[in-house]
Design a protein around this ligand. Sequence first.
Ligand code: NAG
Ligand code: NAG
Length: 602
Amino acid sequence: MRVAYCQGTSPPRINTTPHISFHPLLPMAWSPFLLLSLVSLAFSTPLNRRWDDFVEKHSWGATIPKGWQFHSSPSPDTLIDLRLGLKSARIDELFHHLGQTSDPDHERYGNHLSKEQVEELVAPHTDTVSMVEEWLAHHGYQGSAASPAGDWVTIRLPVKDAERMLNAEYGLYHHPASKDTVLRTLSYSLPRDLLGHVDVVSPTTYFGTFKSMRATSFLMPEVDLDPDAVPPTTCNTRITPDCLKTLYNTANYTQQATNRNSLGVAGYLNEFANRADLQTFLTRFVPARAGTTFTTVRVNGGGDDQNDPGVEANLDIQYTIGLSAPVPNTYYSTGGSPPFKPDSQTSTNTNEPYLDWLNFITSQSSIPLVFTTSYGDDEQTVPPDYANSVCNLFAQLGSRGSSVLFSSGDFGVGGGDCRTNDGQNRVQFQPAFPASCPFVTTVGGTTRTNPEVAVDFSGGGFSNYFGRPDYQSTAVTTFLNALGTTNNGLFNKTGRAYPDLAAQGTGFQVIIGGSTSSVGGTSASSPTVAGIIALLNDVRLSSGRSSLGFLNPLIYKNGGAFNDITSGSNPGCGTNGFTARTGWDPVTGLGTPDFAKLRLVV
Ligand SMILES: *[C@@H]1O[C@H](CO)[C@@H](O)[C@H](O)[C@H]1NC(C)=O
Ligand SMILES: *[C@@H]1O[C@H](CO)[C@@H](O)[C@H](O)[C@H]1NC(C)=O
């Protein structure tokens, strides 16, 4: 069978739920009829009526998400691949394990779960499986597993049936800025009986997609390089791996566990990491590591065009390798949907890259020990049910012993007019997602050296979806007490606060198409931290211990191992934003990593 959302891998092996089985989809021409006839024997009419008792799952009201325009109604026979996220029966146990294995004071610290153990906890209850099966069968369909544990299921079906099953109305929506066109609905519902069993259905109401996810990097004016200048003086204006190694104290570290170590970069938006540029970069900036290479893994039709180097991709891979070589690095190139053809009878990709990548990566038996991702959306544009499901998938990666890093965003406390999309149109700081997910480690930006200060675009704030996790409660409470009434009403004091830490975010010297550009953004900060975390993993692995895994409980207990950043601010939404201060703050988190101190506490 072909797994629709990924390419180049064997289909997941199935050993779990008996009914939502993992066989290929039956040919559309006859499967509905066959199933319908079987079903009509099994269920009587009164029972079936319950599938018509709908409860709204998520709705944008009558308001089309900002930046999008209604284009047209799809042909009713247009095929789509619906993905259902089924409720995991024991997800609370997964969180419980994660809480213990990531807490440095707990005896189970570092006892990460295996892939199989995670799958046991995220598998849906058999009641959930049979309920969902019954519902699908009632409509003449049969699901096909999209994850080894069976917690994600796909069904290929015509739009008209999806609309009937979800009480939805799909439309083609166009996003002029990105020229993207997607098939979405402004609201969807589920039968009441399914509410406790299905967490999310996609594609439905998540509009922020592939092209509109912003890569948080931007080119800065090129500067003349003086090859004889020595860091850190030049590091005030241009960052090289040597600058970062000096600033963050990794310079003298010799790796010993390279064969067990690994680092992954998640890439989207047709961003390709260029091999020739990496060699030019290494030769110029890290000559001792010249010749180091990386693996590209293509997910869901992601490309690898070596004639089209991406700024983001090159920045990420040059700096993760620049700091962590010879740790094996992998670049994941995740594709989006092919251009959507409104009248086509062929199916359209679900076009939701986080899910594509996450369903792919969670099905792999061996995954990198640290991931960095430099993409994000405004949290309010991500439906809460979708955000929650994606965030739980990041928790799975943490449970397996991987550290998951995200850039905090490049718009301070919020870009644009910062109006809420809840109909009230209030000005409010705009947290970013996945930066706001409590199971990821979010990286803000700094600039200059001696002293290092917050860079003004460093994304930071408080989630409106996720409550404040315990690991940061002391740090954030201390900040809020010091803040007083500043920015009152503009942010959610009970929310998960970010960033967790920070690193340099301006003037990164990156080779793109053979020449040097200066690139900035928290896009640069996240791969920097990923490289340093890989070295910390080496410290642990080389003494026979496990990888660090989910970092936040550890780092909040060791704030002293960071260079506290105490000046600078992150203005936005027509305000001065927040100001960096002693201790944690929503501009630079705990500060920038000091490897020499961190290696003593991991
Ligand atoms: C690294 O080694 C050099 C030369 O031996 C030394 O001058 C420097 O202080 C060391 N740096 C750290 C952070 O230990
Ligand atoms: C504030 O955050 C909490 C989660 O901590 C959430 O439940 C609540 O709805 C948020 N308030 C607003 C106004 O978004």
